[in-house]
Design a protein around this ligand. Structure first.
Ligand SMILES: *[C@@H]1O[C@H](CO)[C@@H](O)[C@H](O)[C@H]1NC(C)=O
Ligand SMILES: *[C@@H]1O[C@H](CO)[C@@H](O)[C@H](O)[C@H]1NC(C)=O
Ligand SMILES: *[C@@H]1O[C@H](CO)[C@@H](O)[C@H](O)[C@H]1NC(C)=O
Ligand SMILES: *[C@@H]1O[C@H](CO)[C@@H](O)[C@H](O)[C@H]1NC(C)=O
Length: 219
């Protein structure tokens, strides 16, 4: 067996630690891109620092994104992927700025995501279906209190692990799709407030795990 000299061993260990215990480079880049487009989108409205989205001071390229505010990684030994993003109420108590849903594009590159919270951000436009389709590990999706419009993307109903879907208080329109019945793992489905019209599909009866269903204030 070849012997490693002590300095070499230390170097190998150092490389191992620095590469294995921080978030993957491409996920960090995706998050930095999200931050950049968020700040770019808000810059015409906010000259003064007080008015910026909060909590992003820790998001810089020299630190591990698993240590950043609002970001959670798994604690597996071999890889630390980003598994949860808590992007609720990005402007805190300040008046939020209307954001285009394209701002979410970089987030759809983080395929290890299991929880995504986006509520109360005034995001408007369609929720990109092909982006959502990328997040195949998603268990929890919170879109409450934005201005998402168009139909709710059918790709959501292909997310096999999805258990919690909160989409109330948006401007989705159309029917509740028949494919809802395919989401047999769904435990909570919250679609209240002026989003949907038409019949409630009978396939909803296939949701054997369902514990909470809120369709109030629709047509
Ligand atoms: C920043 O915003 C402007 C418009 O407000 C847009 O034209 C430009 O492409 C944006 N840049 C980036 C890097 O997102
Ligand atoms: C980057 O963020 C870390 C915390 O995540 C902080 O300790 C460090 O000072 C920051 N570096 C710069 C250059 O802002
Ligand atoms: C899905 O993720 C891959 C890998 O990160 C990325 O290259 C691709 O652009 C993503 N697709 C969408 C629609 O965001
Ligand atoms: C839902 O399931 C039906 C069969 O039960 C299948 O034909 C359909 O493609 C599925 N739709 C989605 C969006 O998964």
């Amino acid at each position: 067996m070849a012997k490693l000299s002590l300095p070499l061993l230390l170097l190998v260990l150092l490389i191992f630690f620095t590469t294995s215990f921080s978030c993957p480079q491409h996920q960090k880049q995706a998050l930095l891109q999200f931050k950049a487009s968020l700040f770019n989108a808000t810059s015409p409205f906010t000259s003064d620092k007080e008015n910026k989205p909060i909590f992003f001071e820790s998001w810089n390229s020299s630190s591990d994104c698993c240590d950043w505010h609002l970001v959670n990684c798994n604690s597996q030994f071999d890889s630390r992927n980003v598994i949860a993003l808590d992007l609720r109420r990005l402007f805190g108590r300040l008046e939020p700025i209307v954001l285009a849903s394209t701002i979410l594009t970089p987030l759809f590159h983080i395929r290890s995501l299991m929880q995504l919270h986006l509520s109360s951000n005034q995001i408007q436009g369609e929720l990109p279906g092909d982006g959502i389709a990328n997040l195949t590990k998603l268990i929890f999706l919170d879109l409450i209190d934005n201005h998402f419009s168009g139909s709710i993307p059918s790709q959501i109903f292909n997310l096999r692990y999805l258990q919690y879907l909160y989409a109330s208080y948006n401007s989705f329109n159309g029917n509740i799709p028949n494919e809802i019945g395919n989401k047999t793992k769904l435990q909570t489905l919250s679609l209240q407030h002026k989003n949907f019209f038409g019949k409630i599909p009978s396939s909803i009866l296939n949701l054997k795990e369902l514990e909470e269903l809120d369709l109030s204030y629709n047509s």
